[in-house]
Design a protein around this ligand. Structure first.
Ligand SMILES: [Zn+2]
Length: 106
């Protein structure tokens, strides 16, 4: 003779563990997808997805995309380039919003 209460308890337990397992599996799947996406996008152009190639421009390391021609800079690279291009168009453009009446070349 089966105990209805015990059966119900077992069913609830199974449901609970099934739900927990599903949560763990979903999280594992999400993490795996994130790792894959990161691995895929590493060293790839954010614009067209092609592999970018490291290059040196005026002593500043840049990443250039051979497909779309996009150039990707590190956080300080733009500043470094602006300093190297002192009094040039790049420097003026870089400081355009901070120094409205900057030194004009003749
Ligand atoms: Zn590109």
């Amino acid at each position: 003779m089966t105990n209805a209460w015990e059966d119900r308890k077992k069913a609830l337990e199974n449901e609970y563990f099934h739900k927990k397992e599903r949560e763990v599996l979903d999280k594992m799947k999400h993490d795996a997808e994130e790792i894959l996406a990161k691995g895929y996008s590493k060293d790839r152009c954010p614009k067209c997805g092609d592999m970018i190639k490291p290059m040196i421009f005026r002593g500043v390391p840049l990443d250039k995309c051979p497909s779309c021609g996009g150039i990707w800079l590190g956080p300080n690279d733009l500043k470094l380039l602006a300093e190297k291009d002192h009094r040039g168009w790049f420097d003026r453009w870089f400081h355009a919003d901070s120094e409205e009446t900057s030194d004009q070349e003749v």
